[in-house]
Design a protein around this ligand. Structure first.
Ligand code: SPV
Ligand code: MG
Length: 431
């Protein structure tokens, strides 16, 4: 009897999936690969069911003979292990980001004369409704908030991209790339104080107040599902911080990062070029504790950001603060540096990890930008934040378009470098 293999990443089995499975049955015994959570979060929807629960969905189907786990986005490992006669899939992967995976399947099957069967993708109203619901329920606060903690277990390093508006959130949400035969995407979004302020033409000095920052969070949440890490600046007065923790948690934000500065905050990348004051360890610990005391769920994280290296207070001070903040209840430590090389960040992480193997470490490699995610992970870093690249890349593009229009007295030259109106319209999802 021939074997037919199909792989699924779904939490709900609908008519489209059943159509694939029933077609498979005509060719032989049906083996279903259920993609592992680790693989799924790399390129597809975040699962709302555990991998075991997803396997159970398929085991219950009378048409299915065997269910196995597929541990990677690539089919390679399972194809070589089970050597099926056929692989079956909807024809939608001929044109989307999964094409590279499809082409690899064709090549591998050819080794033993196997065949790929592609069935027309089912696009009826009911299937569309289920797909949309599956995706959009991930935007609900109870799903979104806990997702950062879940990702910390699923990803070797969680990658967050800066967003400051609905459109930048859509870019973070939808950008998927194929690289070296693998698909990849961002895991989370960083709402930067620098970029949120810059988008409003204001300096990064806590002038854009919390009400306005929350309006930005709302815009981002409206069009995305990925978890949000908020740059909470200094956290402000302890008496105010506790209210903000409650609000952020209720909204579905996953983490707030507060930095151990006090008084008029300036952007860290100024370093010691401007006057900035570091908070005392005692006071900052009280702020962390106060925040932890008022939060209601186990999902929300309060992350302490250490400015000792930025303010040239030395490694000892940075480490002393890291242990004190962790003891005070911080759910993670962000260590910042504005050196060109990652050396001092690596020294900090190596020393911290000698005494604390678990507390997540977060970094922002803006100035030491040659460092790779793999190197960061080797030093025990859990979250990397790309804190300002969307803002810094958009600004020169906009400025050049303005210059072109002024120089040419028309828009043609600028238009040639612009995204088409139809591409913009497709990016925006209509309900
Ligand atoms: C931000 O993005 O606002 C940050 C990171 O706080 S940095 O600009 O490097 O200080
Ligand atoms: Mg900031």
């Amino acid at each position: 009897m021939k074997t037919v293999y199909a792989c699924f990443t779904t939490d709900v089995i609908h008519e489209g999936h059943l159509n694939v499975i029933r077609t498979a049955q005509k060719y032989g015994r049906v083996m279903i690969g259920v993609m592992s959570d680790e693989a799924m979060v790399k390129f597809d929807r975040f699962p709302t069911l555990l991998c075991e629960e997803r396997q159970e969905l398929f085991r219950k189907l009378p048409e299915v003979d065997e269910v196995v786990v597929q541990n990677s986005v690539s089919y390679k490992e399972n194809l070589l292990k089970y050597r099926p006669d056929y692989v079956i899939h909807g024809d939608n992967w001929q044109t989307n980001a999964q094409k590279v995976i499809r082409d690899e399947v064709v090549d591998i099957l050819a080794e033993w004369g196997g065949q790929l069967i592609e069935v027309p993708y089912t696009r009826n109203e009911e299937v569309k409704r289920i797909d949309t619901k599956m995706r959009e329920q991930l935007a609900m606060p109870e799903f979104r908030r806990k997702r950062l903690k879940q990702l910390l277990h699923l990803r070797p390093i969680v990658k967050a991209l800066e967003v400051h508006s609905g459109i930048t959130a859509l870019i973070a949400e939808k950008t998927i790339v194929e690289h070296a035969g693998e698909l990849d995407q961002f895991d989370a979004m960083w709402i930067s104080s620098l970029c949120d302020s810059t988008a409003k033409g204001k300096p990064d000095i806590e002038l854009v107040d919390m009400s306005s920052r929350m309006r930005t969070i709302d815009d981002v949440m409206d069009v995305s599902t990925k978890p949000i890490i908020l740059d909470g600046d200094t956290g402000g007065l302890i008496e105010h911080f506790v209210y903000n923790v409650r609000t952020l948690e209720r909204m579905g934000v996953s983490a707030v990062i507060i930095e151990d500065k006090t008084g008029l905050k300036k952007n860290s990348l100024f370093g010691t070029e401007v006057e900035q004051t570091q908070d005392s360890i005692e006071n900052f610990c009280r702020k962390i504790q106060a925040g932890k005391n008022v939060q209601l769920s186990d999902d929300f994280m309060i992350i302490a950001r250490i400015e000792s290296l930025i303010l040239e207070q030395g490694m000892e001070d940075a480490l002393q603060r890291a242990f004190a903040y962790t003891k005070a209840g911080a759910d993670g430590i962000m260590i910042h540096s504005r050196r060109k090389e990652p050396d001092e960040i690596f020294t900090f992480c190596d020393e911290f990890r000698k005494q604390d193997a678990l507390t997540p470490i977060i970094v922002v490699p803006t100035s030491y930008n040659t460092v790779t995610e793999e190197e960061l992970a080797q030093h025990g870093i859990n979250i990397v934040i790309y804190a300002n690249q969307l803002t810094r890349s958009a600004f020169p593009a906009m400025q050049n378009a303005a210059i072109d229009i002024l120089k040419n007295h028309r828009a043609k030259e600028a238009d040639d470098r612009c995204m088409s109106i139809s591409a913009i319209l497709n990016l925006i999802h209509e309900l």
